[in-house]
Design a protein around this ligand. Structure first.
Ligand code: ZN
Length: 381
């Protein structure tokens, strides 16, 4: 779990002529990603598996060699069993490593090192320690089709890298920095990146979005429906203003949706006995349902999406129609609408825009900067 901090320098590249140093930062080398939560006991397979933090008559860092099959369970302490041999560790976190660089847990292979973090309900979180670039490659697999244009993939890689850096700083004392799903960013272990996508990650590997001299928690989404949204209008106060933009690029796609539900079912979802009156929409300045008011109670548009289902209420850019028994949401776009609009980024790239132009369009108040190790001060402009 050691995390190597290197003194680095960030160099602004939005204003292309000025290479002014404005901040010293720790260059992130790796991130800890929670990839799964599993029930115990588990079976491990691999070659040359090593389990740290174990003690057996005072011996630490026990290594179990060659095509091992090991059972790990927990009863107040970790119990690692190979054949009739049992080892115990009272540490809450167990570190697994292997000579081959991977270990199979139940049915899935994971890259090592792997950390198992004990949970109360006889479960464990599986946490990977990934080099930042490897993590961004997996996020690109999870978040954007690999065959999309290079400049869109580069913009996506920088947004994902900036988001990761921001979460790493805010969760630096936690067991993991990032969830490998929509709670943070979808990370895939499949290594089926196209050449273009790999190029997009590698050619931008030092580049991050910054705002107020800190890495930006760079939100992104599928389709803004024609106008992006301030994060504070989605998740409330505490979010930085990143600027919004009218987006005619994704409008070319005109993604529209409808979702009809029974009034009684909507009341149930909201924890009400019945809908006594129609729903009122309180819109943000960009036209999204920032809040909806039902029976005198306000709920944020984002919370309503969560309660009904993000795949059903695809965005908060909707209007409502009613009949006697049902409510129909009629909307545009897909996702929360903050930051980079992926379909818009694709259209911009196809229209000849560079990744810097794409990022400037979707994060108007942020800047892209390169971060280098102190020993490598070269600027690649
Ligand atoms: Zn858009």
């Amino acid at each position: 779990m050691n995390y190597l901090h290197l003194v680095t320098t960030a160099i602004c590249i939005f204003s292309l002529k000025v290479h002014a140093n404005f901040k010293t930062l720790d260059m992130p080398k790796s991130v800890r990603v929670k990839i799964a939560s599993i029930s115990l006991p588990i079976n491990l397979n691999g070659s040359g598996i090593m389990v740290d933090n174990l003690s057996l008559e005072g011996i630490k860092n026990v290594s179990l060699i060659k095509d091992d099959s090991i059972k790990i369970s927990r009863s107040q302490a970790w119990v690692v069993q190979k054949n009739s041999k049992k080892l115990k560790s009272s540490d809450p976190i167990l570190k697994l490593d292997s000579v081959s660089g991977r270990i199979k847990i139940n049915l899935f292979w994971y890259p090592t090192p792997i950390f198992l973090s004990a949970k109360n309900d006889n479960r464990a979180d599986v946490i990977l320690n990934l080099k930042l670039n490897d993590y961004i490659q997996g996020v690109l697999v999870g978040e954007m089709p690999s065959h999309w244009p290079l400049e869109a993939l580069k913009a996506q890689a920088i947004a994902a890298r900036s988001y990761a850096y921001s979460q790493l700083l805010s969760r630096k004392n936690e067991i993991f920095h990032l969830n490998a799903n929509v709670l943070d960013q979808v990370y895939s272990l499949q290594s089926n990146l196209s050449k273009e996508a790999l190029k997009a990650v590698n050619e931008t590997q030092n580049e991050f979005l910054f705002l107020n001299q800190l890495p930006l928690k760079a939100y992104y989404h599928s389709d803004c429906g024609g106008h992006t949204e301030e994060p504070s209008n989605v998740w409330g106060v505490g979010e930085l203003k990143i600027g919004t933009t009218k987006d005619h690029y994704c409008k070319m796609r005109r993604f529209e949706w409808k979702y009809k539900m029974a009034k009684q079912r909507l009341a149930q979802v909201l924890g009400l006995d019945a809908l006594n009156e129609d729903i009122k929409i309180i819109k943000s300045s960009t036209g999204r349902a920032e809040f909806v008011e039902v029976n005198g109670t306000k709920i944020s548009g984002q919370d309503l999406r969560q309660k009904i289902g993000f795949d059903k209420l695809k965005s908060t850019l909707f209007s409502l129609t009613f009949d006697e028994n049902s409510v129909t949401f009629v909307g545009r776009g897909y996702g929360h609408g903050s930051g980079l609009c992926q379909w818009g980024a694709k259209a911009m790239a196809l229209n000849g825009k560079t990744y810097l132009e794409i990022l400037r369009h979707y994060y108007p108040l942020a800047k892209v900067s390169e971060v280098f190790d102190s020993k490598d001060q070269s600027v690649k402009l």
